[in-house]
Structures are given as structure tokens and as C-alpha cells.
Design a protein. Structure first.
Length: 85
């Protein structure tokens, strides 16, 4: 009898552990999935219709981001960070 009760308790404990692990795993998956979805648009800076031109910063034919300054994305961001400093 004692062994039967012990096995029942062990099985119940195992069931709880598996349930908790599955719940934690599901939450982590949903969180990471949501973060990936949110993180994606940040990488693409929308600047409207882009055009290829000779950048006045590096002189290379690149997509112009700063239209008033005629700068490509690396030069434009470098210029902006310099201004902030
Ligand atoms: Zn440039």
C-alpha cells in the first residue's frame, strides 16, 4: 500500500512539474516571438521613396537618406551622432 501511495505522489509531482515547465516554455516562446516581431521594423528605417545618388559625405553611389544634406545612411547617422556630441 505504501508503495502505491508513493508512486501516486511521485506521478502527481511529475505531472505538476511537466505542467509548470510547459507553461513557462510557452510564455518564453510567446515573449521571444513578440520581441522578434517588434524588433524587426526597427532595423528598417522608413524614409519614403529612396533614391540612389552620389553621397556628398563618402562620394559613393548610395541610397540617400538625408536629402537636405545629400548623405547616405552611414554618413547621415555619423553626422547626426557628431552633432549630438
Ligand atoms: Zn556617404
Amino acid at each position: 500500500m505504501a508503495i502505491a501511495i508513493l508512486i501516486t505522489i511521485l506521478l502527481a509531482g511529475l505531472g505538476v512539474l511537466v505542467g509548470v515547465a510547459a507553461a513557462v516554455g510557452a510564455v518564453k516562446f510567446v515573449k521571444s516571438y513578440g520581441q522578434k516581431k517588434k524588433a524587426e521594423p526597427k532595423e528598417f528605417i522608413r524614409v519614403g521613396p529612396s533614391e540612389m545618388r552620389e553621397c556628398s559625405g563618402c562620394g559613393k553611389n548610395r541610397i540617400i537618406v538625408g536629402k537636405t544634406e545629400n548623405l547616405c545612411a552611414p554618413c547621415y547617422s555619423a553626422m547626426r551622432t557628431k552633432r549630438l556630441d
